[in-house]
Design a protein around this ligand. Structure first.
Ligand code: NAD
Ligand code: WQD
Length: 355
């Protein structure tokens, strides 16, 4: 495929049927982009994509493929005149990654290699990648800036560190090879995405018992789970419970649109690979999250104090200044919005997506 056949409005969204990806599809369609999704549905259902089209009143194109299938990717690039890729496809359960590390490295790291190879073959070299604050590992810091050394502490996190390194190396090789269409890559390090689209039609639909705090709280509130365990109340934080930087998923995906625009602009004119934190810069403790949920929804959350969860940090929140400076992005929604939208999604879809 040559550059003439690329349509700058055509975005390939890997993992677009998933939680963050489906919200990104809505934002892309509403911003005038055309969306092509590739997803193997290992952790999602096509119902999310039907609802994306319902919310936006616009169609998208869906391919059910694994991103490790290079020939399937080559066919998509040959057909769809893709300009930029938003890469969400990946496995994300920390506990499972400790049990099945090879699966995580194969799916996440090899999957990204297969994707970037197909992209390079098609001369599509703009990429927005879903990285994670987990790449910072167990640093002593409370607030994380992009220039901190990386050092993840579990196979899932290490898969993200490895992918970031691969993408940085691909970009660096352009400088040596004087490539005339260089890689332009934004590594977006998410803090803790929560919430749902305000329509309540799409949201997070965890398979089985949730690992993350907000999905767990909302399933206790709706009566699917009996009791929340608060993992530790002896951390060196004001109330003793862990502090995180929760970010509304709609704010998060707006950051992706800003990143796509930045890749087209001056800052990436000569190519490059840069990391940006996507967080609010504000941390909340587990007990503050329970309180916010009780206040906004009027539901009482049954919880008990339990031992610390292995690998958890006391406190972790973003320095989001770089994303503001270079992408022109900052989170707009507050904790009440995040909780209200989570609850709206949960009550409208008590069993998640049913297909
Ligand atoms: P998700 O599981 O809801 O979505 C991931 C999607 O990718 C799913 O639809 C799944 O079916 C698909 N997928 C996985 N492996 C695939 C493969 N080999 N080929 C094709 N499709 C594949 O997860 P999410 O919460 O939407 O996360 C999206 C991305 O953001 C992931 O890369 C995740 O690591 C990253 N991230 C998520 C969080 C979070 O807390 N949700 C935080 C930081 C980073
Ligand atoms: C938040 C706080 C827990 C559940 C994880 C991954 C990370 C990232 C996002 C993708 C902590 C406490 C939780 C519960 C609790 N994913 N908690 N009871 O641990 O910051 O990050 O998800 O990249 O890689 O590690 O998020 O929502 O699991 O926990 O007390 O049942 O809630 O101890 O303080 P975390 P979380």
């Amino acid at each position: 495929m040559n550059q003439n056949s690329i349509n700058h409005k055509n975005i390939l969204v890997t993992g677009g049927a998933g939680y963050v990806g489906s919200h990104a599809c809505v934002e892309l369609l509403q911003s005038g982009f055309n969306v092509v999704v590739v997803d193997n549905l290992c952790n999602s259902k096509t119902e999310s994509l039907s609802r994306v089209q319902h919310i936006t009143g616009r169609p998208l194109t869906f391919y059910q493929h694994d991103i490790r299938d290079k020939s399937a990717l080559a066919d998509i690039f040959a057909k769809e005149a893709i300009s930029t890729v938003m890469h969400f496809a990946g496995l994300k359960a920390v506990g499972e990654s400790c049990e099945k590390p090879a699966l995580y490295y194969d799916n996440n790291v090899y999957g990204t290699l297969a994707l970037t190879e197909a992209m390079a073959d098609a001369n599509v070299k703009k990429l927005v990648f879903s990285s994670s604050a987990t790449v910072y590992g167990a640093s002593d810091c409370r607030q994380y800036s992009e220039d901190l050394p990386l050092g993840a502490i579990n196979p899932y996190g290490r898969s993200k560190v490895m992918i970031e390194a691969v993408l940085r190396d691909l970009s660096a090789a352009d400088t040596i090879n004087q490539h005339k269409s260089p890689w332009k890559i934004a590594l977006l390090r998410y803090f803790n995405p929560i919430g749902a689209h305000e329509s309540g039609q799409i949201g997070e639909d965890p398979d089985g018992i949730p690992n993350n705090l907000l999905p767990y709280i909302s399933q206790v509130a709706i009566g699917k789970l009996a009791q929340l365990s608060v993992f530790g109340n002896d951390y060196p934080t004001p109330d003793g419970t862990g502090i995180r930087d929760y970010i509304h998923v709609v704010d998060l995906v707006k950051g992706h649109i800003k990143a796509i625009n930045a890749l087209e602009g001056e800052a990436f004119k000569s190519g490059g690979c840069k990391a940006y934190n996507l967080g609010t810069g504000q941390g909340y403790s587990v007990l503050e999250m329970i309180n916010a949920f009780e206040t906004v929804t009027g539901q009482r959350i049954n919880y008990k104090i339990a031992p610390r969860r292995t690998g958890d940090l006391a406190e972790c929140f973003a320095n989001p200044a770089l994303a503001l400076k270079e992408l022109g992005w900052k989170a707009e929604k507050n904790l009440d919005d995040m909780v209200a939208d989570t609850w709206n999604w949960q009550t409208k879809n008590p069993q998640g997506y049913i297909q």
